[in-house]
Ligand binder design. Structure first.
Ligand code: CAA
Length: 258
């Protein structure tokens, strides 16, 4: 178990599980929680036996947004000088695969936290939205950018300008979430997905993640060139030799992360 106060951190096999744990505030993301999630991610990134990171909340709320009560009295200078929310960039730059298992509310910063992860699995009761406009602010953890890339301009504008929620089905249709599962099965399914990924070769999974992410940052031609170079580099690994030998021998591969 963990020494954290606003999250639980567990290692389950090769999966690091971060559970947001401020139930009375529907897991609102205050500065302490942000610091603890980031510290947990830094720890898990350092641990060679961890191959994937799962972030989840409760059945009622993944996270109902940044902590409004904490932010309400702040001035422009408070926000600017502290570079409020910038610490979340560390999650965006995690090199190991990250999965968000979302049940209940994923609003504002909660939706943005899910979008900082590589894959979003949604329970059938999940609700996504960027309601900041109703508070007189706009998204501040990348929502206007990542939501637009995930679901396109029309729906991102609709959500950011009206502040309405979108249910799990709409989120799946729009391409925000990879799969919907019954709420009761969310953690089991998410653990199964995380374990599948964590049992692959870690360096190869990291290269796959880096290559997909590159598509958000560059042109198609440059992205394809980047992918090809990384693909070539997989042939410098023992895991490429093992993966292909195992296929030829009709057996399961034993990856050594080397
Ligand atoms: N910040 C602080 N506290 C929050 C919170 C938040 N984002 N969301 C919920 N809470 C608190 C409530 O204040 C309440 O606390 P008290 O019991 O002390 O009053 C407790 O959690 C339970 O919430 P509700 O009683 O409101 O529960 P509900 O079931 O009636 O409603 C809800 C649930 C629709 C999610 C509602 O809580 C809500 O609208 N929350 C705010 C959603 C929001 O606006 N999120 C965006 C925040 S701004 C942001 O995220 C900026 C950014 O881009 C990073």
């Amino acid at each position: 178990m963990s020494h954290f106060e606003t999250i639980l951190l567990e290692r389950k096999g090769r999966v690091g599980v971060i559970t947001l744990n401020r139930p009375k505030a529907l897991n609102a993301l205050n500065a302490q929680l942000m610091g603890e999630v980031v510290a947990a991610v830094v720890d898990l990134e350092r641990e060679p036996e961890i191959g994937a990171i799962l972030i989840t909340g409760s059945e009622r709320a993944f996270a109902a947004g940044a902590d409004i009560k904490e932010m309400a009295p702040k001035s422009y200078m408070d926000m600017y000088l502290d570079d409020w929310f910038a610490a979340w960039d560390r999650l965006a730059s995690a090199r190991k695969p990250t999965i968000a298992a979302v049940a209940g509310y994923a609003l504002g910063g909660g939706c943005e936290l899910a979008m900082l992860c590589d894959i979003i699995l949604a329970a059938d009761n999940a609700k996504f939205g960027q309601p900041e406009i109703k508070l007189g602010v706009i998204p501040g953890i990348g929502g206007s950018q990542r939501l637009t890339r995930a679901v396109g301009k029309a729906k991102a504008m609709d959500l950011c300008l009206t502040g309405r929620n979108m249910d799990a089905e709409e989120a799946e249709r729009a391409g925000l979430v990879s799969r919907i599962v019954p709420a009761a099965d969310l953690l089991t399914e998410a653990m199964a997905t995380a374990t599948t990924i964590a049992e692959m070769s870690l360096p190869i999974a990291m290269m796959a993640k880096e290559s997909v992410n590159r598509s958000f940052e560059t042109t198609l031609a440059e992205g394809v060139r980047f992918e090809r170079r990384v693909f070539h580099s997989t042939f410098a690994t023992a895991d490429q030799k093992e993966g292909m030998a195992a296929f030829v021998d009709k057996r399961a591969p034993k990856f050594t992360n080397s």
